[in-house]
Design a binder for this molecule. Structure first.
Ligand code: BG6
Ligand code: MG
Length: 248
C-alpha cells in the first residue's frame, strides 16, 4: 500500500500524476487543428484531421515543419517564424473566447480527486500558451508544478518535459503516471520510464498502458486498481536514473 492508502501499481508506488493540457484537460486540440487548417488553406493545400494527428503534442515550430512537409513546401526561417506567429494569432482568437465549461468532461474532478488523495499533480505541456489557458479556465490552483513549452528545449517525444516535472515534484519517474492524447506524448512518457494513460482512441494510442476515451471514464481509485493488474510486460523497462536523466 502506498502512503495515500491506495495499492501501489507495478513499477513503483504512484505518487505523481502528470497531465498534458491540449486534448486531455481542455478541448483546445480542435482549435490547434482549425488554426493550422486555416494556414494550410492560405498556402493552398488541404490539411485533414488525420494529418493533424502528427501535430498533436509536438512544438509549434515542429508542427509547422510537419505542415509544410504535408504541403510539399519549404521556406526560410524568417517566413516560418512569421507563419508560426500568424498561426498562434488565429489560435488565440479561438482560445480567448473559451469559457470554463470547455474544460473536458471529468478533467477538473479528476485533478481534484488526485489532490484529495495526496497525489502530486503537474502539467506537462508543449504549449507556450499553457499558463494563459489554465488561468482563463480557472485550473491553475489545481497544479503543484507547471512545466510548459517555455521551459523545455526538446519537444515530445523527448522525455525532457516529463523528467523536468518529476524532478520539480521531487519524485522518481517510476512513481509518476502520464496522461496524454498524443502518440508523441506516450512515446515521451515511455522514454521517461513512466506508465501512461492514453486519453482518446486506442487505435491511435496503442503504446499507452491504459486507454480511456476521457477522464470522466476514470477515477483515481479505479486507475490504481487497474495498474495493479497490468502484466509486467506493460511496465516501461528502461527506467532512467532520476537525478542524471532529468535535465536542468
Ligand atoms: C501541444 C499541442 O500541447 O502544444 C500541439 O498538442 C501544439 O498541437 C503545441 O503545437 C504547442 O502549442 P502552442 O500553444 O505553443 O502553439
Ligand atoms: Mg495533447
Amino acid at each position: 500500500m502506498s502512503a495515500h492508502g491506495l495499492p501501489a501499481p507495478k513499477g513503483g508506488t504512484l505518487t505523481g500524476c502528470l497531465f498534458d493540457l491540449d486534448g486531455v484537460l481542455v478541448d483546445t486540440a480542435k482549435y490547434h487543428y482549425l488554426a493550422w487548417r486555416e494556414i494550410a488553406g492560405e498556402l493552398g493545400f488541404a490539411f485533414t484531421e488525420k494529418d493533424n494527428e502528427r501535430l498533436k503534442g509536438v512544438s509549434r515550430m515542429r508542427s509547422l515543419d510537419i505542415l509544410l512537409e504535408i504541403g510539399g513546401l519549404s521556406m526560410d526561417g524568417g517566413a516560418k517564424a512569421r507563419l508560426a506567429e500568424r498561426k498562434n494569432a488565429v489560435y488565440l482568437q479561438y482560445v480567448l473566447k473559451m469559457r470554463p465549461n470547455e474544460v473536458l468532461p471529468g478533467a477538473r474532478e479528476f485533478l481534484a480527486d488526485c489532490r484529495s488523495r495526496g497525489l502530486k499533480v503537474a502539467l506537462v505541456s508543449a504549449s507556450k500558451n499553457a499558463t494563459k489557458i489554465l488561468d482563463l479556465l480557472g485550473l491553475t490552483s489545481l497544479f503543484d508544478v507547471i512545466v510548459d513549452g517555455n521551459q523545455v528545449a526538446e519537444a515530445k517525444p523527448d522525455p525532457e518535459v516529463f523528467l523536468t516535472a518529476a524532478r520539480a515534484l521531487g519524485l522518481h519517474p517510476r512513481n509518476c503516471i502520464v496522461f496524454e492524447d498524443a502518440e508523441a506524448g506516450i512515446e515521451g512518457a515511455i522514454a521517461a520510464g513512466m506508465v501512461s494513460v492514453g486519453v482518446g482512441s486506442s487505435a491511435i494510442l496503442k503504446k499507452a498502458n491504459i486507454v480511456v476515451a476521457g477522464l470522466r471514464d476514470l477515477s483515481v481509485k479505479a486507475l490504481v486498481e487497474t495498474l495493479e493488474h497490468l502484466p509486467d510486460r506493460h511496465v516501461p523497462a528502461a527506467t532512467p536514473t532520476f537525478n542524471s536523466a532529468a535535465k536542468p
